[in-house]
Design a binder for this molecule. Sequence first.
Ligand code: F0G
Length: 460
Amino acid sequence: MKHKTIIEPFKIKSIEPISLSTEAEREAYLKEAHYNTFLLNSEHVIIDFLTDSGTSAMSAEQWAGIMKGDESYAGSRSWFAMKKVVEDLTGMEYILPTHQGRAAERIIYGYLGGKGKTFISNTHFDTTRANIEFSGAEAIDIPIAESSNFSSNYPFKGNIDTEKLKEVINTREAENIGAVIITVTNNSGGGQPVSLKNTKEVSELCKHHNILLVLDCCRVAENAYFIKHREPGFEHKTYEQIAREMFSLADGAVMSSKKDALVNMGGFLALRDKKIADACSNLLIITEGFATYGGLSGRDMEALAIGLKEVFEPHYLEYRIKSTSYLGEKLHEMGVPVVMPIGGHAVYVDAKKLYPQIPVHQYPGQALACELYLKGGIRTVEIGSVMFGKYDKTGKLIPAPMELVRLAIPRRVYTQSHIEYVIETFEEILKTKSSVYGYKIIEEAAFLRHFTAKFEQLLN
Ligand code: F0G
């Protein structure tokens, strides 16, 4: 018989208790955290959907690998294990280990960036944009028009707008472009996938103008799932073959391995060009660690080598993508405005639509993140004007194009009943939505302000 229910394709060997709390307790915790979910203690969280990054449960194989980790400073066996898996997947010659994605970003974009340079992406992730801007360069997002239509079911809303790409190349001139970056899946754009057709078109344009193409590949296996099931011509390819084909079109790759390599810490930079790789290697040694560990322990590299293979296992990927869409589809059916189609690693709720009474300068997304914590102990993150808002010269907020809240689902961590609990919490969110007010920022940092900003609740 063919079962309808997609079960978690694993058994639980080791557990981590969740401490339950009351709404009154959470009210006090939230106040102490200045209404910023990043400032909550994880002990006070029931379901942690803050991020899918570094929060995966490792397999028994990976834990066994941890014990075998070779902690030698140079030429560690674990480094060679990691290097081989990354080389096989990316097909790139130069592999630099880093402790996480943003370390790789700082190195490569610090080297390619600087004043006068422009970087172009479907959507730069916040750390990507911050590293580019920190170098003095500019970051431009050009996702296709469908990406901002939350109700469109277009299958590849993560694609780059190639017409706009041509325009930006013409106006900025190719030699001033640091790189084009394809983020798969497009995290800040709703976790939407990028097609291989689009990647090919972008790659051809980049080659024609001699511009470097970098793949931000932290969710490349999830993106491969969508290609296999949505893009004609890939039905019979394996997920790994699809991912390899995508890498073959790029000149470099940056990976936060805390996502699709199923580890708690790790990352890498992969390159084809020796000159760039040598320069980056120097920066790596100065700031991260020697070229055969780059800030990682041997055990981290061992677990990464195993995780980056496990993630392509078909039953795992099917469970992963279908369990995320189960939550999203249920919320959609209940009338919660969610970004459609449901992305790979997260469900994105349109807070602007949910709370039409809250103007963007009072951060509707922050209000929803606070409500989810209060009502259910569910921790999420705002992806809107708190994260991406800027100020004009007069100090007025230039809002982000969207006000979303992300429910990012850790890999292999939560079960179906946890998800049912989240759905139940949303029933309450819907019932009480008209009595929710916005927030005001009372303290903030110059870069990545969402991590540390303090808020005050507005009461009318
Ligand atoms: N690129 C993308 C697309 C990401 O999603 C992230 C991290 C990074 C780069 C940076 O990697 O955290 O290892 O330094 N995203 C996490 C998230 C933090 O919650 O989405 P990192």
